[in-house]
Each structure stands twice: as C-alpha cells, then as structure tokens.
Write a protein that binds this ligand. Structure first.
Ligand code: PLP
Length: 433
C-alpha cells in the first residue's frame, strides 16, 4: 500500500533528503495501515488501502502540486536552490543539483518503491549504475563473484577497468548457486548476479544466492534489467541492491537513457549516494521527468510483451528453420521450475533468442517491418539482432561460442505491436532462407 512519504507529492515534501523515511520500506503489502496516506495531498478522502503495483506505478510518489494543481511533477531545471538563512540551510531539502534535484529525487523514490527498496540513485545510464555499485563496494585487493554470462558492458568494465585497478573478479556460472559459494574467497566483498542474463536468458536463484551472501556477510547486487519489477523484484528474494537500466523497460519508448541503483537499507543507500555525489554521476531533470511519465505504462507494456514473446517463442519452436528457442516461459527452458517460482504473475518478459539454421545476415536483410534492426531492447518497437554479426561482432569467435552465442544466434526484443503481425514477418523471412 501507499506509504505516507511515497504518495506525498513534491510540493508537499517535508522530510529532508538524504534521510529517507523508513516508510519507504513499506510497499505492496508489507505492513501498512489504512491511515498511511493521511498526509498525501488527497484531502479528507485519502487512498484506498492495499493498492497494487499497477496503481503505484501510476501514482506513487506523485500528487498534484499544492500551488497550481499540476498533475505531473514539474521539471526543476535549476542548478542551485536558494537558502533562507544559514540556520535554515537544507530546510527544503535541496542545495545543489549534483547532490539532489527535486525532479530526479521523485524518480529515485518512485523507482525504489516500485522495486521494494529503501531509496535509489538515478544516473545517466545502466552502465553508470553498475559502475557506481562496484566503485562503492570494492577497492583494490577486493574480490567479486560475478556471473560469467552478464551483459557484455558489465563484463568489459570489470576486465578493462576494475581489474586493471587491482580488483579481482571470478566469472562463474550462476545457474548453480553452489558455484557462487565455491568461488568466495577471504577478500570477497560483492556478489554480482544478473537475472535473466543478456543475451542467454539464464536465471540466477536469487533466494539461494542471497542466503549464501548473507551467510558470508557479503553484499549481493542483481542486475534485473531484463526482468523489470513486473517479472521479478530481486529485493523480494533477499537481494541487497538492484540495478536497472532505465533505458530499457522503464523508459520503454526509446526516448531516454538512464540507470538506477536501488538500495534495500539506509546504510547501503548512504554509501551509494556518496559515490554518486563524488562522481557527479547524475541524471538530467528532463530525463527524469520523461521516465516518470513513460514508466507509468510499464505494466501494460511488459504484460503485452510477455504474452507476445510466449506466442512468438512457441511459433519459433515449431519452425523448420529454427534449431533452438530459449524463453523462460517455455517448458523447454532448462530453468523452467525456477522461472515459475521466481517470476511474478506467470510473466517472463519480452526477451527471447533462437538459433537460425540458415544465414543470419540474410534473415536480417530480408525481414520486413514492423521488425527493426537495432541494438536497444525493452521498448515498444520490436527489435531483432543477429548477435554474432552485430552486438557481439568484436568478440573472438571461440570466446563467443564458449558463452553460447552461436553464429546463428538471433536475439529478439518483443515490442507491443500485434503478435500475429510479428509472427507473419518472422515466418516470411525464415521461410525465404
Ligand atoms: N544491464 C543489462 C542487462 C543490459 O542489457 C544493459 C544494456 O543493454 C545494461 C545493463 C546497460 O544499460 P545502458 O545501456 O543503459 O547503460
């Protein structure tokens, strides 16, 4: 349900920033009372209790402006905020936009609430969120156990930058939690999971890995970009921090790039906030404003994308030009039992991949609209990518094959177009190979 601070609009904000209220911890059924929302700008009427995720995604953290009635959060394009006196310094919560900006703060609180976290920092991209996390919880000599099939950018920054700065990484198969525990060393500080992974769609058992992390006193972060909070909320499974590339399903319309690092406790939040402030790694208020609007339809989009992805995956499994299809909703997915246990509402997301028997370049060159050839994912437009010749073209072939990205590996990001149109487009192009 809606907690007091969560539903309180910006114009009626009263608590100082940086000291996030513990009421932010109470979302979606986690211990609330019907008077939670008594001071949210809704007047005597209040909010009905026990609102669902869909209602939070629309209204969470936002109430009409007390002065103007504006229904949307204003874009506060201001570098600095005037203080009435030294005594009243920071009374209104803001001093300088690198530290805190009202529009960005509202997005940060809203994302944290949606992800069942305490608070979050929003930054320029998903990669900036990953870098903020590793910079906060590791220093030279520290060790991280990380999935061996993470998003390529995550793998690259670990190898190309953090390892050169003296940090150590073990890249292991997270499909079996025992591998994670076996890789822990005395100097391990961080466990970095991704579920489902880009592009292999391998799941990590977040409950099991969180239990291992707690047993060894470590911090467990999960990149949940492919899942979105509609498919899985890592913090419901004991994860300490969640990473979201907001560029994907949160924005969902191919408009803005962004990232969020969400913390489950005030202590973790204070640490990531300090790193973000020191690095000056911020999101523009305009982008925050746009994502505050586009994320309101995330539930509609992800449901539709998941349903269409299931239809398309089932169609592809029966196509003679396709040798393999991987989608967490299919019975053939090797971790189907985990997907059913960990994913919410029988939704498994909009990403799938298949192995094409013919020439992948011909497929790319002949497939008709509405399919689009480009590299983003998670948006309204359906995107098809031949990973071997596009996203992973600069990988050595042997290394690529070793992680399972075959020459015919085709990744699909299902949009919100008519599923039958998408299937007709695929069928025509595949049958022509
Ligand atoms: N995490 C995952 C799983 C991704 O797929 C991506 C990008 O594709 C990122 C992080 C990085 O996000 P961004 O492109 O916003 O930096």
């Amino acid at each position: 349900m809606l907690s007091q601070n969560f539903v309180r609009g910006l114009c009626s904000r009263s608590r100082p920033l940086g000291a996030s209220s513990s009421t932010l911890l109470r979302h979606f059924g986690a211990g609330s009372s019907s008077d939670d929302c008594s001071d949210d700008g809704s007047g005597a009427k209040g909010w009905i209790p026990d609102c669902s995720l869909d209602t939070h995604v629309v209204h969470g953290g936002v109430t009409p402006c007390e002065k103007t009635g504006a229904i949307l959060t204003p874009v506060y394009m201001s570098t600095t905020f005037v203080q009435e006196s030294v005594e009243k310094y920071l009374e209104k919560g803001y001093s300088y936009s690198r530290t805190n900006n009202p529009t960005v703060k509202q997005l940060e609180e809203k994302v944290a609430a949606i992800e069942n976290g305490y608070d979050s920092v929003c930054v320029g991209t998903g990669m900036a969120a990953t870098a903020t996390c590793i910079n906060t919880f590791m220093k030279a000599g520290d060790h991280c156990v990380i999935t061996n099939c993470s998003y390529g950018g995550t793998n690259r920054i670990c190898r190309e930058q953090f390892m050169k700065l003296g940090m150590e990484f073990s890249f292991v198969d997270f499909a079996d939690p025992a591998n994670v525990e076996a890789a822990i060393r005395p100097n391990t500080t961080l466990i970095f999971s991704e579920s489902p992974t880009n592009p292999m769609l391998t799941l990590a058992d977040l409950d099991a890995i969180s239990a291992i992390s707690k047993k060894h006193g470590l911090v467990h972060v999960c990149d949940s970009t492919f899942a979105t909070p509609y498919v899985c909320r890592p913090m419901d499974h004991g994860v300490d921090l969640t990473i979201q590339s907001l560029t994907k399903y949160y924005d969902g319309l191919n408009i803005g790039t962004g990232g969020a690092l969400i913390a489950s406790t005030p202590e973790l939040y204070e640490k990531i906030k300090l790193t973000q402030n020191m690095h000056g790694n911020i999101m523009s208020p305009m982008t925050a404003f746009l994502i505050l609007q586009t994320m309101k339809t995330m539930g509609l989009r992800v449901r539709r994308q998941s349903e269409s992805a299931m239809k398309i995956a089932t169609f592809l499994e029966g196509h003679p030009q396709v040798s393999k299809v991987v989608y967490p909703g299919l019975d053939s997915h090797p971790q189907k039992e985990l997907a059913d246990r960990q994913h919410r509402d029988n939704l498994h997301g909009g990403m799938l991949w298949f192995d094409v028997k013919g020439d992948p370049i011909t497929l790319m060159d002949t497939i008709k609209r509405p399919w689009t050839l480009c590299e983003n994912l998670g948006a309204t437009e359906s995107i098809i990518t031949a990973c071997a010749v596009m996203t992973h073209a600069n990988m050595v072939r042997e290394d690529r094959l070793a992680v399972g990205i075959t020459d015919g590996f085709i990744r699909i990001s299902v949009g919100v177009e008519d599923a039958d149109d998408l299937i007709r487009g695929l069928d025509e192009a595949l049958s022509g190979l």
